[in-house]
Design a protein around this ligand. Structure first.
Ligand code: MG
Length: 176
């Protein structure tokens, strides 16, 4: 077995949040995705701001590093995370990637959602993710799909996100 650490690590992240009418009609929080606000009459139910895209990306980064997942690092029993901006979780994962000597090679996300439609804001979302991750936008890809009106996601009662990320070991500057 080789003792040389691999130059690449792959990570997978998944998240699902229930979508409910926005408070006070229901327990949904204002709809936020990738740190961007979307106009919608329903929003994610969650302990934090419920940003499923940022949660899945955070878990993909942590998974690639082989570290504890988002639920273990930021437990929903901790009142300091109530309504938390999920960019905080992503930033913590991004710093861990950096500290481990890796950078994001590329990231591919699939958002499965009936409404609101993300198509018109896909490019904006992609640029936003690239900014949050501090990488060139060509390393980030985002796809939107519906669930063909079946099951909870298709009936607009939930949002689902899948993410894969490839981490590449950074070339350390030569000390000689
Ligand atoms: Mg979540």
């Amino acid at each position: 077995m080789s003792k040389i650490p691999p130059p690449f690590r792959i990570g997978h992240g998944y998240d699902l949040h229930r979508l409910e009418p926005i408070a006070p009609d229901g327990s949904g929080r204002p709809f936020v995705l990738g740190g961007l606000a979307f106009e919608h009459d329903r929003g994610p139910v969650g302990h934090s701001d419920g940003d499923a895209l940022l949660h899945a990306i955070t878990d993909a980064l942590l998974g690639a590093l082989g570290e504890e997942d988002i639920g273990q690092l930021f437990p929903d029993t901790d009142p300091t995370h109530d309504g938390a901006d999920s960019r905080r979780f992503l930033d913590a994962a991004r710093r861990r990637v950096d500290e481990a000597g890796f950078e994001i090679g590329n990231l591919d996300a699939t958002v499965i959602l009936e409404r609101p439609k993300i198509g018109p804001r896909k490019q904006e979302l992609r640029l936003q993710l690239a900014t949050l991750l501090d990488v060139d936008p060509n390393r980030v890809n985002l796809k939107g799909k519906t669930h063909e009106k079946v099951d909870a996601v298709g009936e607009g009662r939930a949002i689902e996100v899948h993410v894969i990320v490839l981490l590449c070991r950074r070339d350390e500057p030569s000390t000689g």
